[in-house]
Structures are given as structure tokens and as C-alpha cells.
Design a protein around this ligand. Structure first.
Ligand code: ZN
Length: 196
């Protein structure tokens, strides 16, 4: 189970809104935090939110990511920490990654990020909505959320000073983010192989 799935199956948009201090009416309506809303126009459903004022909608991760201006992954990590969600035992990859040298870490981060970047760039074009009101493909949404961050990190790892590279790596190793991405890339590759 990914951190996204674990969070979504545990935390409803309503639970998150409550947790972040928004005041919710008895019928699950709340003043929309994404537009200037004087009267509650956002409905918090079991697995998504929808604003009748500005049309904002999405799942609990989208809600949190927009509320705090953070990426989907950061939002999932925040929710998982705030609600004490366990995403399973540390995997074999996580255990291996604990014993790497700085140079190995740098190579690992670069390899995983470059792979992920190629996948995201593919999705950005291949999974783009065909019409303005088409339901967005989750892969396209992931590409929109992650592309700039991943691209920037790869650039820093390629052209940055040694300090910048160290910073990128430190951030990626923190909370096992690189392990998460490594497993994500592995799974995407397996899934696309299955489709062939
Ligand atoms: Zn709104």
C-alpha cells in the first residue's frame, strides 16, 4: 500500500478539515479556504470535497496540498504523521538504504529521480486531459504536482554546488522519501511492463 492509499483510506476530507481547524456545519459544509467565501459553499464528502462557489474539488491529499501550498507527497506525509498512520513495516529497500555512503546516496538519488522524471514527463503529454471537462487522469495530476520539484532536484544534483547537492540528498533521505520514490518507480515500471 502506498502512503497515498494509506492516507486516503484512513482520513476523510472532513477529518482533515476538522483537524486543521476549519469549522464544519452539521451537514458537512464549510467556508471554502480556496476562495473568498462568506457563506459555507464547500461540501465535505466521504472521499472528496467540492466547492459550489469556485468549483474546487479533489481528495483529502489535494485538499491538504492546496491548503498548505505543498506537494501531494508532502501532503500525504503530513497527514500520515498528523494522524499516526503506519504504512507498513520498513521494506527491504529501506533497510538497505540505511547503510549507504554519501557517494552511493548521491548516485541512488540521481538514478531514482532521473527515472521518475522521465516517467512524469511522459505522463505530462500522454495522460493530459483531452478536453477541459474530462476527469483528470491521476497520473497527469501526479505529474503536475511533482514535475517541477523533481526536475529542479535533478538539476541541482547535476549542476549544483556540493552544498546544494548535499541538501537535496539530505531532504530525499529524510523520512525515507527516496525509498518511497524508488519503490514508486519500480512499481510503475512493473505495471507498464504488464500492460505490454
Ligand atoms: Zn471555493
Amino acid at each position: 500500500m502506498t502512503i497515498f492509499e494509506a492516507v486516503k483510506s484512513t482520513v476523510t476530507p472532513r477529518m482533515a478539515a476538522e483537524h486543521f481547524g476549519l469549522s464544519i456545519s452539521r451537514n458537512g459544509m464549510v467556508c471554502c479556504p480556496f476562495h473568498d467565501d462568506g457563506h459555507p459553499s464547500m461540501k465535505l464528502n466521504e472521499d472528496y470535497f467540492y466547492c459550489f462557489g469556485c468549483g474546487a474539488k479533489g481528495d483529502v491529499i489535494e485538499f491538504t496540498s492546496r491548503l498548505f501550498g505543498i506537494t501531494a507527497l508532502e501532503a500525504a506525509q503530513k497527514l500520515s504523521a498528523d494522524f499516526g498512520i503506519q504504512t507498513g513495516k520498513p521494506s527491504v529497500l529501506a533497510k538497505l538504504n540505511r547503510h549507504r555512503t554519501q557517494a552511493e546516496n548521491e548516485r541512488l538519488c540521481f538514478r531514482v529521480l532521473s527515472d521518475y522524471l522521465r516517467i512524469l514527463e511522459g505522463w505530462m503529454t500522454d495522460c493530459a486531459p483531452q478536453s477541459p471537462d474530462a476527469e483528470p487522469d491521476p497520473r497527469f495530476a501526479e505529474a503536475c504536482h511533482m514535475l517541477e520539484y523533481v526536475k529542479f532536484s535533478v538539476e541541482l544534483l547535476t549542476e549544483g554546488t556540493s552544498e546544494e547537492r548535499e541538501d537535496v540528498i539530505k531532504n530525499l533521505l529524510k523520512d525515507g522519501q527516496i525509498t518511497y520514490l524508488q519503490e514508486r518507480v519500480k512499481r510503475i515500471k512493473e505495471e507498464s511492463n504488464e500492460q505490454i
